[in-house]
Each structure stands twice: as structure tokens, then as C-alpha cells.
Ligand binder design. Structure first.
Ligand SMILES: Nc1ncnc2c1ncn2[C@@H]1O[C@H](COP(=O)(O)OP(=O)(O)OP(=O)(O)O)[C@@H](O)[C@H]1O
Ligand SMILES: [Mg+2]
Length: 174
């Protein structure tokens, strides 16, 4: 499992939160702490009060992350939750020295502050507008990302800055 920070992008209802829940469960299963900032407090997150914490707001997630080690940080709807405050850059810069990995979801990459976005070497890209897909293809130097404009619901392309692109669909357990 790669431990680079990641963006999770896609139009509404494309499957971003569901993917975050699944990734949180993977991190939890490998023994990591899990810190969550989710405005909706969805039910799909791993349930373990000893290693899974919900933050009230962006200040709180920053404070919890600074006081912990080796956590996966999940910021759902990150553009709304983090706003444009540069203090939260810490979540993708110094946080690495404490062994954290951050997952930031947003409808579009451009909604995430460039300073945060630049630290994300991975992306999980659900359906995007053609112009957003082109921009992402450019950012990740991966022409296949243009296909994000025609992805069906719940399918995504996983891309790494120094790797290729893989198209995947998450199948939920019944
Ligand atoms: N891989 C999947 N297989 C089956 N159903 C899925 C899958 N991913 C998501 N869904 C379903 O699709 C719906 C939308 O998913 P989800 O809430 O994850 O999307 P989202 O991109 O986070 O939406 P929003 O922009 O509203 O936050 C949910 O009902 C969810 O259960
Ligand atoms: Mg969501």
C-alpha cells in the first residue's frame, strides 16, 4: 500500500466517500490510527474508539494529528472543511515526519488549495468534467486521466505521479 498523500476527486455521488471508508478500513486493518474529518459523520467508517477518532473541525484534526503518530488522515469534502487557510498545509507537509498519510476528497482538484494539492503524489479520480480531466492529465502527466470524463458511476482511475494509471471499480461486500 502506497503511503503518499492522495486526492480523491469526482462529481457528486460518484463514490468518493465510499472509497474513503474502504481505505480507512484498510489502514485500520494494518494497525494505523485513523483520524477523520467528515461533515456528515457517515456510518461507513471503521468502528473502533481505540484507534479511530472523529474530529469536530479542521482545527481539531490538526491538533489531534500533531499529537499522534502513524495515522491515516481522512478529510472528506476537504475544500469546504479546510477552506483556504494555509495553516492546514501542515496536514500534507510536516505530517509526513510523524508517519501520517492524508486523503483529501473534493469535487474538483482546483477546489483544493494548490499548496495542499502539490503534496499529493496519488489520486483516485472518479468521473470529472472534460476540462477537469484534462487538467488532471496534465498535473499527473498521465494522458489516460482524460478517460475520467467518461467513467461510469463508482469507477475510478488510480494514478501515481511516478507510476501509471490503473482503472478500478470497488465492489462493495454484500
Ligand atoms: N463501489 C460502489 N459500489 C456500489 N455502490 C456504491 C459504490 N460506491 C458508492 N456507492 C453508492 O453510491 C452512492 C454515492 O456514493 P458516495 O456517497 O460515496 O459518493 P460521493 O462522491 O461521496 O457523493 P457526494 O458528492 O454526495 O459526497 C451511495 O449510495 C453509495 O452507497
Ligand atoms: Mg461524499
Amino acid at each position: 500500500m502506497s503511503l503518499d498523500h492522495a486526492l480523491v476527486l469526482g462529481i457528486t455521488k460518484s463514490g468518493k466517500s465510499t472509497l474513503l471508508h474502504w481505505l480507512a478500513k484498510l489502514h485500520h486493518a494494518r494497525g494505523d490510527g485513523v483520524l477523520i474529518l467528515d461533515p456528515r459523520r457517515d456510518h461507513g467508517w471503521p468502528n473502533d474508539p481505540t484507534r479511530v477518532r472523529f474530529a469536530r473541525d479542521a482545527e481539531h484534526v490538526l491538533d489531534l494529528a500533531k499529537r499522534s503518530q502513524r495515522c491515516a488522515l481522512f478529510i472528506d469534502e476537504s475544500a469546504r472543511m479546510l477552506g483556504r487557510d494555509a495553516r492546514f498545509d501542515w496536514l500534507t507537509t510536516e505530517s509526513r515526519h510523524q508517519g501520517h498519510v492524508a486523503y483529501l476528497s473534493a469535487l474538483r482538484a482546483t477546489m483544493v488549495l494548490p499548496s495542499l494539492r502539490a503534496q499529493c503524489a496519488r489520486a483516485f479520480v472518479f468521473r470529472q468534467s472534460l476540462s477537469d480531466a484534462r487538467e488532471l492529465a496534465d498535473q499527473f502527466a498521465e494522458p489516460r486521466l482524460i478517460e475520467a470524463a467518461s467513467l461510469p458511476r463508482h469507477q475510478f482511475i488510480e494514478v501515481e505521479s511516478c507510476g501509471g494509471a490503473r482503472r478500478r471499480m470497488l465492489t462493495l461486500p454484500r
